[in-house]
Design a protein around this ligand. Structure first.
Ligand SMILES: Nc1ncnc2c1ncn2[C@@H]1O[C@H](COP(=O)(O)OP(=O)(O)OP(=O)(O)O)[C@@H](O)[C@H]1O
Length: 611
């Protein structure tokens, strides 16, 4: 748990300049909006333009109506026609204004939803491009988290900015009317609103800074909420009785956040009230001035209502514009987080102009003095690895926990780049191949494969998602991985939803899940197949059977198998024994037994039932 909660101190507040420079994000944001839906964007802008001219017209007609009524009261015999035309025009404007309001709200919400959806889709695509190690870095995770929150949260920026433009146009039109009468009134207005604006700006900065500095804690809160209330964790939470521990850990962290937020909210409310009071006094000062002018007969009653009406509207509007402006600047700052995330580039490039993996691979895969260190570790997870996988060869990786087996497989799949040395396929460095083609040629089932809470069919099809509709291929893969027995026992067979998250879902046993996951390897027509302990939950007989079938079914392909069961490992053509990241023994089962080294020792221990 955190020791020193971050504070929104002046030091970590974004500077005034930085805040305003964040407004530079708006053109990029609007380019995104425009790209999302051009028709809705244009429609929205046109409606707002029309709407911006209405207040001045309404006020002017109101003035004319009052003056006309007063005139008609003095000249009772005159025709009322002009009055009724004015009333009709006012009615029409009100109806048009209501219609425009509805359309603007509708367009705002449709466009907002579309922008949020598009950003989410872009986020998924971009995240998939990034490196695995970037996901293992907490700083990156915080960025991702902030970006994720921006996808839906920032759509309000759209209506804010458009409303701002609309109000500014209205303000200009009203201002023009006011200038004709007395320009000083406008000056009073502006001066009255400035204190409020500065206050709002200041508190927005504080809120942003607090939210930002609390990203890791908010992530922890989300995680604790997940641990305390999800189907995946409920079993362990119950048997270990963790609910109070999780709840109190959540509470103490969320209370800290609440306190920090509360402080800002209270001082914002207090200052906001004081500063806007200044504006109110100025408004009434100007109002008094207009009243005195009317009493002394300098202006008509109609002009007085026009002026006081437009002054009141302008006052509210100017205050709104100023407040909204700092809101926009704040949202633009958040937007920066989203764009920053999109700026992050993978270190393993897609290399779209790279080579295509030869079909078939003729010379095999060569590890040439390969070493690898995880970014935050100072020890080598793998070092000085040199070996070859011949075409058609089945290689088994053995070694104790943490020896580096999974890491080796991740290097082979180009999920990481070797820190030193090279991995070659047919004499060409992995990095020179097109990344997508390389991955298409490798089928890996990891030990922590995903249990997709989707249908059985989809769970298998993820092995080759381009063939998601090929029912025959899916059934064939299920047959090969021995998943067919499991599936035939399910009520909806291949359409059965797995997991308990969704309606009518069924949970499987660990071994049953593994058989389904294993079918993914058969679904993918890859030249290199890697199974990283995907059979650990199978009983010994089933695992033996799975591997026997596997060897037969993938004849001619290269395979890398990771297993802690020596009865399985011995089926491989060659075995590579890793210890603390180093290759210590390498050869066929028989050769390694003859060598009487570490492999032979562990094999014999297991054969005797000690392991
Ligand atoms: N993402 C990671 N970041 C940092 N270190 C890691 C990461 N993954 C693994 N390691 C470290 O690298 C070493 C090798 O781990 P690896 O997962 O390759 O072992 P393994 O042989 O597959 O183990 P097991 O049999 O338990 O699956 C370990 O010391 C582990 O702590």
């Amino acid at each position: 748990m955190r020791k020193n909660p971050p504070k929104a101190s002046p030091k970590n507040l974004p500077s005034f300049r930085k805040r305003f420079s964040a407004l530079q994000n708006l053109p990029r944001f609007f380019a995104l909006v425009w790209e999302t839906n051009k028709a809705l964007t244009i429609g929205n802008i046109i409606f707002r333009l029309i709407k911006s001219a209405l207040p001045l017209l309404v006020l002017y007609i109101g003035k004319e109506i009052i003056d006309e009524v007063i005139r008609l009261m003095d000249h009772r015999t005159d025709s009322h026609q002009y009055l009724w035309i004015l009333v009709g025009a006012e009615l029409a404007l009100t109806i048009i204004s209501d219609l425009l309001n509805r359309c603007i709200t509708l367009f705002d919400s449709l466009l907002g939803d579309l922008v949020a959806n598009k950003t989410s889709v872009d986020l998924v695509h971009h995240a998939a491009k990034l490196d695995l190690y970037q996901f293992e870095n907490p700083v990156f995770y915080d960025k991702l988290e902030r970006a994720r929150r921006q996808t839906s949260g920032r759509t309000v920026l759209l209506s804010q900015t458009l409303a701002q433009m609309q109000d500014i146009l209205t303000l200009i039109s009203l201002g023009a009317g006011l200038v004709v009468f007395n320009p000083w009134l406008i000056l009073i207005l502006i001066v009255a609103v400035i204190p409020s604006f500065i206050g709002e700006t200041h508190f927005n900065e504080k809120t942003y800074s607090l939210t930002r500095s609390w990203t890791p804690e908010r992530r922890e809160l989300d995680y604790l909420r997940y641990l305390g209330s999800s189907a995946e964790t409920v079993k362990e939470v119950k048997v270990f009785g963790l609910e109070n521990y999780l709840a109190s850990r959540f509470k103490s962290l969320s209370d800290e956040y609440y306190d920090a937020n509360k402080k800002i909210a209270i001082s914002r409310a207090g200052w906001g009230y004081l500063l806007s009071a200044i504006g109110t006094f100025a408004y009434y000062g100007a109002y008094l001035f207009v009243l005195l002018q009317t009493l002394s007969g300098l202006i008509t009653i109609g002009t007085m209502t026009f002026l006081s009406g437009s002054f009141q509207r302008m006052h509210g509007m100017l205050q709104g514009i100023m407040t909204r402006f700092s809101g926009i600047a704040e949202n633009a700052l958040y937007l920066q987080d989203l764009f920053d995330f999109f700026e992050i580039q993978p270190t393993i490039p897609a290399n779209e102009s790279g080579k295509i993996v030869p079909k078939p691979i003729r010379k095999g895969i060569v590890f040439e003095n390969v070493g690898f260190k995880y970014p935050d570790n100072d020890f080598w997870a793998l070092r000085n690895l040199s070996f070859t996988i011949q075409p058609g060869e089945k290689l088994a990786l053995v070694g104790e926990n943490g020896a580096g087996k999974t890491t080796l497989v991740k290097l082979l799949a180009s999920l990481y780049k070797p820190t030193e040395g090279r991995i070659l396929i047919d004499g060409v460095d992995l990095q020179d191949y097109q990344l997508a083609d390389l991955r298409a040629n490798i089928g890996i089932i990891f030990q922590d494969y995903i249990r997709y809470e989707m249908s059985v069919s989809d769970n298998i099809a993820v092995g080759d998602i381009s063939n998601i509709d090929d029912k025959a291929a899916i059934e064939n893969a299920a047959n090969m991985s021995m998943a067919l027995d499991v599936i035939s026992g399910l009520p909806n067979k291949f359409e059965q939803v797995l997991g308990k998250r969704f309606k009518d879902g069924t949970e499987l046993s660990g071994g049953q899940w593994q058989k389904i996951a294993l079918a993914r390897a058969y679904m993918r027509n890859a030249q290199i197949v890697v199974l990283d302990e995907p059979t650990s939950a199978l009983d010994a007989r089933a695992e033996h059977e799975v591997f026997k079938r596997f060897s037969g079914l993938i004849q001619g392909k290269m395979a890398v198998l990771i297993s802690h069961r020596f009865s399985t490992v011995r089926m491989a053509d060659r075995i590579l024994f890793l210890e603390k990241g180093k290759l210590i023994e390498y050869g066929s089962h028989e050769a390694l037994l003859d060598q009487d080294g570490k492999y032979a020792e562990l094999f014999n221990l297991q054969a005797e039932g000690y392991l």
